[in-house]
Design a binder for this molecule. Structure first.
Ligand SMILES: Cc1ncc(COP(=O)(O)O)c(C=O)c1O
Length: 410
């Protein structure tokens, strides 16, 4: 599949340090196909006007283009209504919206808020701080030794009858995919409201609301699925969104402003204060079209085959530790690795000399790093436009790395 798609991404033919670019930092952000970039620049060159405001032709064209993306997102997620699709700045913004608006409304002193050990800071810190503000209990579902949610821990936290479960669909560090549908069913029975962080999942798998069980909120960012930065989506159940107070106040989110009282606009505008990132929303629409052209099932199948391949090679490299399941089931092509005695940044710099772009650091997951006992890992993450040849380049460089660093120490 990748030979078909690579030509759509001009950046992938760059030469870095005299070597062909091998971009393996897709978990941070994906590359953008020409079609998405073209749609954004065409918007600025031909249609640019503010939305929801003007009666003139251009503004209506811009509004139609912007609002048509809401319909696309609704279909993409299989959501019941466009009123449930809120444009945000990204996943972080979407989760903060829920933790602030829903959290302030629903959480009382002594309530339990549950997250997992594998959450990105974006789905950890807003809940931790909500718990502090409300004097609620903050509970972390711990992991097994193979990096998955520990069933005993799930039972323990369920027994505490949490008011909220905030869980990621896919770990950005270990590549683990969580069984969200069954978790959601059980936590819903226990009375929880469930938020799913789909920031990683959206780029690697088909994300449909009704495949995820009785969830209440889902957040994702466009930039991890071939779209632009600066825009994301919060999907929420209409009944809950109706009850929640606005998150930010200002233009577009009001229906009437008096001297001393204001009334809120209807959904979804109640949660979209100010001028949105119009061009990026339109770019998100183009990214959805692009992904749907290639087919999410085909993308998933291809990425599964690359996961199987890379894992089968990585496990054979002496001295390279994989910080994630070595069983390819229910995991994505996201591989965190460590070499004893070698700092992750040094390993990433070494890989960069081979033209391989990977991320080194804590991956915005301090609570998980703490559990790993490491300050940082080096993470290679693949997308559907990466090739098996690129997998070989990574594997070869990693195979030579332990010896390369050992020789430098001598
Ligand atoms: C699992 C997960 N959640 C949330 C985020 C935050 O996404 P954003 O920075 O686009 O808001 C990321 C980004 O890496 C992520 O991987």
């Amino acid at each position: 599949m990748n030979s078909l798609v690579r030509k759509d991404f001009p950046i992938l033919s760059r030469i870095i340090e005299g070597k062909p670019l091998c971009y393996l930092d897709n978990a941070s952000t994906s590359q953008k196909p020409r079609k998405v970039v073209d749609v954004i620049s065409r918007f600025y060159l031909e249609t640019n006007a503010n939305v929801h405001r003007g009666v003139y032709h251009l503004s209506q064209e811009a509004t139609d283009a912007f609002e048509s993306v809401r319909g696309k997102v609704r279909r993409f997620l299989g959501a019941p209504s466009e009123r449930e699709v809120i444009f945000t700045k990204g996943t972080t913004d979407a989760i903060n919206l829920v933790a602030t608006s829903f959290g302030e409304m629903a959480i009382l002193e002594g309530d339990v808020i549950a997250v997992t050990r594998m959450e990105h800071h974006a789905n950890f810190v807003p809940w931790q701080q909500l718990a502090k503000r409300k004097k609620a209990r903050f509970e972390i579902i711990e992991l097994t030794n193979d990096w998955r949610l520990d069933p005993k821990e799930v039972d323990r936290v369920l027994g505490l009858k949490p008011k909220i479960l905030a869980v990621t669909l896919m770990s950005n560090v270990t590549g683990v995919t969580n069984p969200v549908a069954s978790l959601a069913a059980r936590f819903k029975m226990a009375g929880a409201t469930i938020l799913v962080d789909a920031a990683q999942g959206i780029g690697h798998s088909e994300v449909k609301i009704d495949h995820l069980g009785p969830i209440d909120f889902l957040a994702f960012s466009a930039h991890k699925m071939c779209g632009p930065t600066g825009v994301g989506v919060l999907w929420g159940r209409e009944g809950l969104l109706e009850k929640m107070p606005p998150y930010q106040l200002g233009g577009n989110m009001i229906s009437h402003v008096g001297d001393f009282e204001s009334e809120w606009n209807e959904l979804p505008h109640k949660f979209e204060a100010g001028t949105p990132d119009i061009a990026s929303v339109i770019g998100l629409g183009a990214a959805i079209d692009y992904i749907e052209t290639h087919g999410r099932t085909r993308i998933e199948e291809y990425e599964q085959s690359i996961t199987d391949y890379v894992l089968s090679k990585l496990i054979l490299i002496p001295g390279v530790r994989i910080l994630g399941p070595t069983d390819p089931h229910h995991r994505a092509p996201i591989f965190s690795v460590a070499i004893e005695g070698v700092h992750a940044h040094d390993l990433a710099t070494y890989l960069d000399m081979e033209g391989i772009s990977v991320r080194a650091g804590h991956h915005c997951a301090h609570p998980l790093m703490f559990r790993l006992g490491l300050p940082a890992t080096c993470r290679a993450s693949f997308s559907f436009y990466n090739t098996f040849d690129e997998a070989d380049v990574l594997v070869k460089a990693l195979s030579l790395a332990p010896d390369f660093f050992a020789r430098r120490k001598r």
